[in-house]
Design a binder for this molecule. Structure first.
Ligand SMILES: Cc1cc2nc3c(=O)[nH]c(=O)nc-3n(C[C@H](O)[C@H](O)[C@H](O)COP(=O)(O)OP(=O)(O)OC[C@H]3O[C@@H](n4cnc5c(N)ncnc54)[C@H](O)[C@@H]3O)c2cc1C
Length: 410
């Protein structure tokens, strides 16, 4: 039976961050990863288009506080500062007027003022958003495209506690590739799904179909949805209020639909942001030709993303192509040589994009993150304070929890 100081469940940014800190402190560590690769939701692949494409995280948010940013700079990776201001807005096929663009900018300021002034009970974010179509266009960013949830499913307090993510950068080589590069040669065991954590004894015993091992402590970085779906059985069970907190942090969903478009740039410049607002939240955002690659990357979020992932890749690619054809003319279709869809909803070991507190449930993050028995600890994007939902936040959460584990182990 193998003995380690710490067993870490999950080789995403949080797990890798924790492992690095613990090993630097001289602890013996094993990282158990259910999937066949390192990185979790940080995943760059060239398989789709023959060039690096981020299937998971892509923006290096909050670059001034993001430890990946100086590392990317030091490694000489190509970085691009992305100004998030919207370049093109359409309501269906109709281009927004200059006046509507101005009202959109005002809507952003209005929402921020409402958030600042809000001192009532924690409510739905939608309660602060009046029914004006420019304000709704802004709320598409704050809701589905940002939090991966429609604004009536987001807690005002949870939203308000999120950090401003400026400045934002992309890297041409891919954020997932950066995370994998940073992971180096940590002791990760792939295809090792953990199904049980027994902390009834003095240490922790973790096990799965692959066997079992013992450690003095364990750090679990699985998403709250993985835990809510009982993929890991804890013995003794976790406290009831902690289990409830996992259900109060359901996963939002963000789906990317990259279209390969060659022979035209549709009159757009690389990195232009284009939002097409439609009815009933069937909105789509496009990032245009990043790094001058032949890609228009579509994004849908919230309930519509779950619908579209269930409908499948062909339906999603048709949907995205139709939206562009409505605006740029049917002739553009002959330039579309392919398209793909990300599918995080059906990744059994993630089950969505990132966690969002239900209205009235902002305190769930603190409860979900409590350690038990001074030997079972939790980390991940959902426990990353103001940088929640981000890859940098996940890493910092893992590094922070590693410090708590070191203190507990003495
Ligand atoms: C489509 C999309 C776009 C995003 N865009 C951005 C962005 O632009 N910028 C940004 O900063 N963030 C973005 N994010 C969020 C970011 O990717 C995540 O916040 C971050 O990568 C999460 O890291 P983590 O370590 O907490 O979790 P994960 O990366 O999910 O790592 C957890 C790991 O645990 C493994 N695991 C789960 N259960 C078990 C088990 N029982 N046994 C063993 N292993 C298990 C999983 O396979 C996974 O590898 C995006 C996410 C998605 C899905």
């Amino acid at each position: 039976m193998a003995e380690f100081d710490v067993a870490i469940i999950g080789a995403g940014a949080a797990g890798i961050g924790a492992a690095g800190q613990l090993m630097a402190a001289g602890k013996s560590v094993v990282v158990l990863e259910a999937g066949a690769r390192i990185g979790g939701r940080a995943w760059t692949s060239s398989d789709w288009f023959g060039m690096p494409f981020d299937i998971g995280c892509a923006w290096l948010h909050a670059a001034d506080r993001n430890p990946f940013f100086p590392e990317a700079q030091a490694a000489g990776w190509e970085l691009y500062h992305h100004d998030m201001a919207l370049d093109h807005l359409y309501f269906g096929a109709r281009k927004a007027t200059p006046d509507e663009m101005e009202r959109l900018r005002e809507a952003e300021a209005a929402l921020e003022a409402c958030l600042e002034a809000h001192d009532g009970p924690d409510d739905r974010l939608s309660s602060l958003i009046a029914d004006c179509h420019c304000l709704r266009a802004h709320s598409t960013f704050s809701g589905p495209m940002d939090f991966g949830k429609d604004d009536d499913e987001i807690s005002v307090e949870d939203y308000r506690a999120a950090a401003d993510l400026e400045p934002n950068y992309f890297t041409k080589q891919g954020f997932g590739a950066l995370v994998a590069h940073w992971a180096g040669d940590l002791p990760v065991r792939l295809n090792h799904a953990v199904r049980r954590v027994d902390w009834s004894g003095s240490g922790v015993e973790v096990s799965g179909d692959w066997g079992w091992l013992r450690a003095r402590a364990c750090i679990c970085t699985a998403s709250p949805a993985v835990l809510a779906f009982d993929e890991i059985r804890f013995t003794p069970t976790l406290p009831e209020d902690q289990v409830e907190a996992l259900f109060d942090l359901p996963m939002g969903l963000l789906t990317k639909i990259p279209l390969q478009i060659s022979g035209t740039r549709l009159g757009l410049s690389p990195f232009d942001d284009l939002l097409i607002e439609r009815h009933a939240r069937h909105d789509i955002f496009f990032l245009s030709f990043p790094f001058d690659m032949d890609l228009m990357v579509g994004f849908v979020g919230g309930d519509f993303a779950w619908e579209l992932e269930a409908a499948g890749e062909a339906a999603a690619v048709d949907f995205a192509t139709n939206r562009l054809a409505e605006i740029f003319g049917s002739d553009m279709r002959r330039h579309v040589s392919g398209g793909r869809m990300t599918d995080w909803s059906s990744d059994r070991w993630v089950r969505g994009a990132y966690a969002v507190a239900r209205p009235g449930k902002a305190a769930a993050r603190e409860r979900a993150g409590r350690s038990v028995g001074d030997r079972v600890f939790f980390a991940g994007e959902h426990l990353a304070g103001p940088l929640k939902q981000t890859c940098a936040g996940a890493r910092l959460s893992g590094e922070d929890v590693a410090g708590q584990v070191l203190a507990a182990l003495g």
